[in-house]
Structure formats: structure tokens, C-alpha cells
Design a protein around this ligand. Structure first.
Ligand SMILES: O=C(O)c1cccc(C(=O)CC[C@H]2O[C@@H](n3cnc4c(=O)[nH]cnc43)[C@H](O)[C@@H]2O)c1
Length: 239
């Protein structure tokens, strides 16, 4: 199975790589504008950049290169740290997206936020395969729910409350998932998003970040995810 894992930054990519210890080191595969770390077993890791636009561009580059090589990916995983909506997604916990939602793609109006779909354009939700989400929940203990993609990190209680009111199933927010999912959708490849919670979504408090704990949770999660993906590939890729 060929899997592309897109993190935002190298420290997240390296946390994923630690889940695949082995005698053979990652091989660097340079592509226009991005470099893949190729692991044995079909995993390519990509530090795709921060934010939905750069993440989409980098992921699309990797997907296109693989397709032109005649070795397309079977799955794209957007992975990294994220903010968790307390108390449902506590610090250090894992969240897997059953919906990847662009939370701020739309228009502000006197009556509130209007998603871009209601303006007649595009999409704001991508749904990973249900059977895959179930496998990930059972293998890793991650909670399943909506993961929001935002271009502005939430920094106030008012914004956190407004987001949760619009998206009652939201467990986490991050900045890349929707971009990665858009690129995957263009290529017809299924997508997954896995986030390890590093900070609460709410009032800005850098002292409350637990980035080290979240990166450790990401490594542990991927250690359990790889066998689950193999099982999903073999048994049920239909839903
Ligand atoms: O300066 C701040 O207050 C602040 C708070 C949280 C995160 C940041 C970042 O610049 C990290 C962005 C990076 O990490 C992911 N991430 C982690 N936590 C969150 C979050 O609460 N909301 C959105 N994104 C988050 C994100 O995917 C980026 O890759 C700064």
C-alpha cells in the first residue's frame, strides 16, 4: 500500500518517522518545491508547510509526481498537532476526522458566517472512508469527530464558542487538513486526518501548549495506525 503522510512542519514529520524504526533509513526524494522522505513499506512523508494553501500545493505536487511515475498513492494522511475542544479532546489525546471541514471558507455577513457552498461554490467538507475511520479508532483509541481547518488559529473564548456552535461535532482545529483533502480529492485518492492535541482551542495561552506530549502521541498513534491501514486495505475499502 502506498501512503503519503503530509505534516505541516519537519518536527511533525520526524515524529511520524519515529513510528517506523528500522535498519533502512529514509531515502530523500526531491520533487519540484518539496522533498519526500521515503520509508520502506510504502510510506512517503512530506513536510508540506503550514496552512491550507501551501499544504494543498505541496500535497498535489507529491500526488502528481507519483501518478506520472505510474505508482499512485492509495491513501493520503494529513497528520500533526492541533488544538482540541475541551473537554472532549484533552491535551495529548488523538483525534481522527470523520469530517474535514473548512471552517472559515465563506463570507462574513451581518447575519453571520455563510459557507462558500451557500454562495454557490466548491465544497467545505471532505469525508474520509467510514470503514477506515472505524479501523483507526479501534487501533489507536483516537476519538472520531469533525476536525476544522482554519487559516487563523483560534485565540479567544468567543471564537471557540462560535466555532463549536456552528460545528457541534468539532473535536479539534488545525490548519492543513482541508488543503490536503482538496488535493487528494482532485486525484481521487482517499484521505484521512489524524491530530494529536497540543493545546486547547480557546484563549491564547502559550504556557499551556504541550507540543512534546502531542508529538509523542503522534508517534504512538502511527505505530498502531500502520497495521490498521494494512487491515483496511485487505478487508474493506468500499465505504
Ligand atoms: O500563537 C499562537 O497563539 C498559536 C496557538 C496555537 C498554534 C499556533 C501555531 O502557529 C501552530 C500552527 C501549526 O500547528 C497546528 N496547530 C496546533 N494547534 C493549533 C490550533 O489550536 N489551531 C490551529 N492550528 C493548530 C496547525 O495545523 C499548524 O500546522 C500558534
Amino acid at each position: 500500500m502506498r501512503v503519503l503522510v503530509a505534516t505541516a512542519v519537519p518536527v511533525e514529520r520526524d515524529a511520524v518517522a519515529r513510528a517506523f524504526p528500522g535498519p533502512v533509513p529514509a531515502r530523500e526524494v526531491p520533487l519540484p518545491g518539496v522533498v519526500l522522505q521515503r520509508l520502506p513499506g510504502g510510506y512517503d512523508l512530506l513536510a508540506a508547510g503550514v496552512g491550507p494553501a501551501l499544504a494543498a500545493a505541496s500535497t498535489a505536487t507529491a500526488l502528481t509526481a507519483a501518478a506520472l511515475d505510474g505508482a499512485p498513492y492509495d491513501l493520503v494522511v494529513s497528520a500533526g498537532i492541533g488544538g482540541g475542544f475541551l473537554p472532549d479532546a484533552p491535551l495529548g489525546s488523538l483525534v481522527v476526522a470523520d469530517e474535514i471541514t473548512a471552517a472559515d471558507l465563506g463570507a462574513d455577513t451581518p447575519d453571520g458566517f455563510v459557507p462558500v457552498t451557500e454562495l454557490g461554490f466548491g465544497t467545505v467538507i471532505h469525508r474520509p472512508p467510514e470503514s477506515l475511520v472505524r479501523e483507526v479508532v479501534s487501533a489507536t483509541g483516537a476519538r472520531a469527530g469533525t476536525v476544522l481547518t482554519v487559516s487563523t488559529v483560534t485565540g479567544t473564548a468567543a471564537r471557540a464558542t462560535a466555532l463549536r456552535a456552528r460545528h457541534p461535532r468539532a473535536l479539534a482545529e488545525a490548519m492543513e487538513g482541508f488543503g490536503v483533502a482538496e488535493a487528494a480529492a482532485v486525484h481521487g485518492v482517499p484521505v484521512l486526518e489524524l491530530r494529536a492535541v497540543s493545546n486547547p482551542v480557546g484563549p491564547r495561552d502559550r504556557a499551556a501548549w504541550r507540543i512534546g506530549d502531542a508529538l509523542s502521541a503522534l508517534t504512538a498513534g502511527f505505530g498502531k495506525l500502520a497495521p490498521a491501514l494494512e487491515s483496511w486495505k485487505t478487508h474493506d475499502r468500499t465505504h
